[in-house]
Design a protein around this ligand. Structure first.
Ligand code: GLA
Length: 425
C-alpha cells in the first residue's frame, strides 16, 4: 500500500498520467493542399433553398458537364440545408428518405463518375438553420458517415449554437474530419460573427465574412430577426480583410446570385468583383436552364483566370471618384487585373493615366509601374486587346456595370494556356 501511494505521488509530481488538461491530442489542423485557388462549384441554396432531392442534384451534375461549366472549372456539387432525415437508433444521420431514396453514397458515386466532387452541409449547433438535425455532439460520427459516402466538401453552419464558441466548435469538426481520414474542404459558415479570418486559416479553407447574400445589386433585405445583403453591401463588408486570404484559406463573401434575376450588367459586375476579391465561385443558379448571357458571364475564361490566379492575392479598392471605384488585383507573372466599377445608375466616364504614378501593393510586394514597363491591355468582357499602357485609358462604364482589364507584358495580356483552370484539388 505504501509503495502504491509513493508511486501515485511520484506520478502526480511528474505531471504525466494525472495532470489535468490536455492529455488527449486531436489534430485540429485542416487538410492542407486543398483549395489552393478559390473553390469553384455549385450549391443548391440560393435558388432551391429546401427544395432539394437526388434528381435535382443528378440533373445539375449532368448540366455542369454538358454546358461546359465543368471544363470552365466548376467542380463541386454541394447540397445545402434540408437533405437530412432523422438520426437512426445508433445516432447515424440519414438523408431524407423521400427526397434521397437511393441514399447519399449512390448520389456521391453519380457525381464522382462525372468527374465532379460532392459536398454536403451541416451545422455546429443542435439543428441546422432549416431545422434539420445539426452535428452538435455527433461531430465524429457525422464525419465518419460523410467519409463513408465520399464527401469532399462540408459547409458547416452556425444556427442554434447557444453557448458554443466558434473557434472551438469548428476545430472540433476539423478534428473529426481528420479522424475520419478523408480529405474534405471545410467551409466555415458563421457569418463573420467571431472574426473567423483571425483563427480560421488553420481550421478551414474558406470562411463566410458576412450574413447571407440577397439577389439585388445594392440593397439590404430585412427579414425581421435577420438581414441579408445585396452584392454591393457585401462587397463593402470585405474592407480590411484582404490580408487574411491566400492559397488554401479564403474570405467567402457568399455564393453567387448570377443568373437569379438581376440584369446582365449587374450580374457581370457581381461576377467581376467576386473574381477581383478572390472569392470562392460557387454558382447559385439553376444551371439546367441558363440563358446564354448568364452562361457567358459564368464561363468567361479570362474573368475566371483573374479569380483563379495562382498568386491568390485578394484585390483592393485603389480609388473612388463619382461613384466609380477602381479596383486592382496583382496576378502572377507581373500581371494586374484592373476593374472600373460603376455603382451609380448613370453611365460614367473613366480615365486612367497608367504612367501618372506607380501603384505599390505593400501586402503582395508588387508594383504596377507603367512608366518603367509597358503593359499590353486586354478587355476581359469584350475579349479584345485594347492597346498598351503608353496611352491613358479612357472609356465609359455603363450603369451598375464594370470594365475589367488585364495588364500583362506577354504576347497578349491574356494567354489561352491560363484559361485552363486548376482549382488546386
Ligand atoms: C444560413 C447560411 C446560408 C444557408 C442557410 C441554410 O443562412 O448562411 O448560406 O446555408 O443557412 O438554411
Amino acid at each position: 500500500m505504501k509503495k502504491l501511494i509513493l508511486l501515485l505521488a511520484s506520478l502526480m509530481a511528474s505531471g504525466s498520467a494525472f495532470s489535468q488538461g490536455n492529455n488527449y491530442k486531436q489534430n485540429y489542423q485542416k487538410y492542407e493542399g486543398l483549395a489552393l485557388t478559390p473553390p469553384m462549384g455549385w450549391n443548391s441554396w440560393n435558388k432551391f433553398a429546401c427544395n432539394v432531392d437526388e434528381n435535382l442534384i443528378k440533373q445539375v451534375a449532368d448540366a455542369l458537364v454538358s454546358s461546359g461549366m465543368k471544363d470552365a472549372g466548376y467542380t463541386y456539387i454541394n447540397i445545402d440545408d434540408c437533405w437530412h432525415g432523422e438520426r437512426d437508433a445508433q445516432g447515424f444521420i440519414q438523408p431524407d428518405a423521400k427526397r434521397f431514396p437511393s441514399g447519399m453514397k449512390a448520389l456521391a458515386d453519380y457525381v464522382h463518375a462525372k468527374g465532379l466532387k460532392f459536398g454536403v452541409y451541416s451545422d455546429a449547433g443542435s439543428q441546422t438553420c432549416g431545422g434539420r438535425p445539426g452535428s452538435r455532439g455527433y461531430e465524429f460520427q457525422d464525419a465518419l458517415t460523410y467519409a463513408s459516402w465520399g464527401v469532399d466538401y462540408l459547409k458547416y453552419d452556425w444556427c442554434n449554437t447557444e453557448g458554443l464558441k466558434a473557434e472551438g466548435a469548428y476545430k472540433t469538426i476539423t478534428a473529426a474530419l481528420r479522424r475520419a481520414g478523408r480529405p474534405v474542404v471545410l467551409s466555415i459558415c458563421e457569418w463573420g460573427n467571431d472574426k473567423p479570418w483571425t483563427w480560421g486559416q488553420s481550421v478551414g479553407h474558406l470562411w463566410r465574412t458576412t450574413g447571407d447574400i440577397y439577389n439585388c445589386f445594392d440593397c439590404v433585405k430585412d427579414h425581421g430577426s435577420w438581414k441579408s445583403f445585396g452584392v454591393m453591401a457585401i462587397l463593402d463588408k470585405q474592407e480590411g480583410l484582404r490580408q487574411y486570404a491566400g492559397p488554401g484559406h479564403w474570405n467567402d463573401p457568399d455564393m453567387l446570385e448570377v443568373g437569379n434575376g438581376m440584369p446582365a450588367n449587374e450580374d457581370r459586375a457581381h461576377f467581376t468583383m467576386w473574381a477581383m476579391i478572390a472569392a470562392p465561385l460557387i454558382l447559385g443558379n439553376d444551371v439546367r436552364k441558363m440563358s446564354p448571357q448568364t452562361k457567358d458571364i459564368l464561363t468567361n475564361p479570362e474573368a475566371i483566370a483573374v479569380n483563379q490566379d495562382r498568386l491568390g492575392v485578394q484585390g483592393f479598392r485603389h480609388a473612388v471618384k463619382d461613384s466609380v471605384e477602381t479596383w486592382l488585383k496583382p496576378l502572377a507573372d507581373g500581371k494586374w487585373a484592373v476593374t472600373f466599377l460603376n455603382r451609380s445608375k448613370r453611365p460614367q466616364p473613366v480615365a486612367f493615366d497608367w504612367k501618372a504614378k506607380p501603384i505599390v501593393d505593400e501586402l503582395s510586394k508588387t508594383e504596377l509601374n507603367a512608366a518603367k514597363t509597358t503593359y499590353k491591355v486586354r478587355n476581359v468582357w469584350t475579349r479584345k486587346d485594347v492597346g498598351t499602357t503608353k496611352k491613358a485609358f479612357a472609356g465609359t462604364v455603363p450603369a451598375h456595370d464594370v470594365i475589367l482589364l488585364v495588364l500583362g507584358t506577354g504576347e497578349s495580356a491574356y494567354s489561352k494556356k491560363e484559361s485552363r483552370v486548376s482549382s488546386g484539388q
